[in-house]
Design a protein around this ligand. Structure first.
Ligand SMILES: Cc1cc2nc3c(=O)[nH]c(=O)nc-3n(C[C@H](O)[C@H](O)[C@H](O)COP(=O)(O)OP(=O)(O)OC[C@H]3O[C@@H](n4cnc5c(N)ncnc54)[C@H](O)[C@@H]3O)c2cc1C
Length: 466
């Protein structure tokens, strides 16, 4: 029976283990943490947005799109949903964003663990992998043990949210197996803003359009004590992180970000509204002009950003002041000076170069028998269930290929793909020829060989690939 070690009991590791075990492989998962699926439990704020019905290649970034879609096609969303339904999980879609019907990420983990138990997969926790080596077999080392395997699936994740176990050791393991990395950086992460006055907005949430490096997102913006956050910011953060990284090389830093804090009202309509209020000449302050337009906490700081004292009488403001105010609300330009750390990042961009793994099976081109899945590869998705869909699909692709019994027989028998090819190219046609030719001197021996059970390496290899 084919022996498979899966490194990491996260989303992609569990999917890979189940897929391989369903094909009859003997599977052991080695998990560094004391419990499996720690990251899964905090996804979607504990509700787990496990996939998204709307799948477009633009929702994924990093590796080239042909590679990404080639893997995603192996487990389309409908199959992901069918897989989980079969495990007993009911799901609900909200505008295409799919969650467990219980509203709890723990339900997703629970059904995966039930299947892992049902299939007899061994799950060993507090078993952190420190090295992978190829000798006759693949050897996987932990602090106290060395495991032998026919195939190893490296599903150790990235270094986003390291407290969940994905501490970046997957990158080191991949490098030790000969892989190179696209530099891992934060993605889906809050951004730091240089202008210190924005601290006064900390805690506020508002609808906004945010434009960064030519990309615009509209949705809920959250102000933090160091800058901006929320899904709109997460979706754009990758671009800021990349731009900042490029700037570092040139020793400059700061990426402009434009904010429209009232996306549902045009600049003209806003100006005319403020002018009408001003014309009432009812003695209200500049701050009161904004009472029905912006949250109270935002009015003062934004007036100051426009060079207007909040206590100034509205009727005393000239046309230029109102225009400046509209500009601050509709086209506020701030400077992104950095991002929060990997601890606060939901996902990493970068990782093992996709060109170094097989585009169908995710088998390493550097170390045959090693497969790499999930966020450890240089693929990341936007918010909305895309990162988990990538984890499920890549786990499925690797688990299916690694668990294939055919492949094991072939690998075992021939020892290498070259030998396999040689066996196919020479042995079989030769034998076919001799069996067909009535006057072939070896005819009798050859025909017997074709019918009897395999008794040598190259023949076993050949039978398993027929
Ligand atoms: C706060 C937060 C919320 C998120 N919400 C969503 C969401 O709602 N929807 C969505 O699609 N995506 C979400 N994501 C992203 C998603 O969770 C990840 O992309 C996905 O879990 C990656 O799966 P993975 O299997 O590659 O890695 P992981 O899930 O990180 O699993 C890797 C596993 O490997 C183990 N490991 C690491 N190194 C070793 C080692 N040396 N030896 C043994 N074990 C090891 C780790 O402990 C871990 O259990 C969220 C992420 C975060 C941090």
């Amino acid at each position: 029976m084919k022996k498979i070690i899966v490194i990491g009991a996260g989303a992609s590791g569990m999917l890979a283990a189940i897929t391989a075990a369903r094909q009859g492989a003997s599977v052991t998962i080695l998990e560094g943490m004391e419990k499996p699926g720690k990251k899964l439990l905090i996804t979607g704020s504990g509700r787990c947005n496990l996939t998204n019905l709307r799948q477009e290649i633009t929702c994924y970034r990093g590796a080239d799109s042909a590679f990404i879609s080639g893997i995603l096609r192996q487990l389309p969303v409908k199959d992901t949903l069918a897989f989980f339904r079969e495990l007993g999980l009911l799901t609900v879609s909200r505008d295409g964003y799919v969650y467990p019907v219980t509203g709890q990420a723990s339900s997703v983990l629970e059904v995966l663990l039930l299947e892992i138990r049902r299939l007899g997969i061994k799950l060993k926790c507090t078993e952190k992998v420190t090295a992978i080596r190829r000798e006759d077999k693949l050897l996987v080392k932990t602090a106290g043990w060395t495991y032998e395997a026919d195939a190893v699936i490296l599903a150790a994740g990235s270094k986003a949210a390291p407290a969940t176990g994905s501490d970046g050791s997957g990158y080191s393991l991949a490098k030790s197996c000969g892989h190179s990395l696209v530099t891992p950086r934060e993605a889906l992460v809050p951004l730091a803003i240089r202008e210190s006055w924005v601290k006064k907005l900390s805690g506020l949430r508002m609808q906004a359009s945010v434009t960064l490096e030519g990309h615009t997102e509209t949705g809920e913006l959250q102000w933090t004590d160091t800058g901006i956050s929320g899904i709109v910011v997460f979706q754009l953060s990758r671009y800021a992180v990349c731009a900042l990284a490029k700037q570092q090389e040139k020793q400059i830093s700061g990426v402009p970000v434009q904010l429209d804090l009232l996306p549902s009202v045009s600049g003209e309509a806003l100006l005319s509204h403020l002018q009408q209020l001003q014309a009432l000449r009812d003695g209200r302050s500049a701050e009161s002009l904004l009472a029905g337009v912006l949250a109270k906490k935002a009015a003062g700081p934004l007036l100051q950003a426009a060079g207007i004292s909040p206590s100034e009488k509205a009727e005393r403001l000239d046309g230029g002041a109102l225009q400046r105010l509209v500009k601050v609300m509709k086209q506020l330009t701030l400077t992104v000076s950095g991002c929060r750390s990997f601890e606060q990042a939901q996902v990493c961009q970068g990782g093992v170069r996709h060109t170094e793994v097989d585009a169908q099976t995710l088998e390493s081109k550097k170390m045959p028998g090693l497969y790499i899945t999930g966020e450890l590869l240089d693929v990341d998705g936007i918010c909305g269930g895309y990162n988990l869909q990538w984890a499920w699909a890549s786990g499925f692709a690797a688990g299916r290929a690694a668990g294939s019994q055919e492949k094991m027989a072939a690998t075992k028998a021939a020892g290498s793909q070259e030998k396999m090819a040689a066996a196919k190219a020479t042995d079989r046609p030769e034998r076919e020829q001799c069996c067909k030719a009535a006057d072939h001197p070896e005819r009798e021996r050859c025909c017997k060989m074709a019918d009897r059970p395999a008794d040598n390496a190259s023949e076993r290899a050949e039978r398993s690939t027929l």
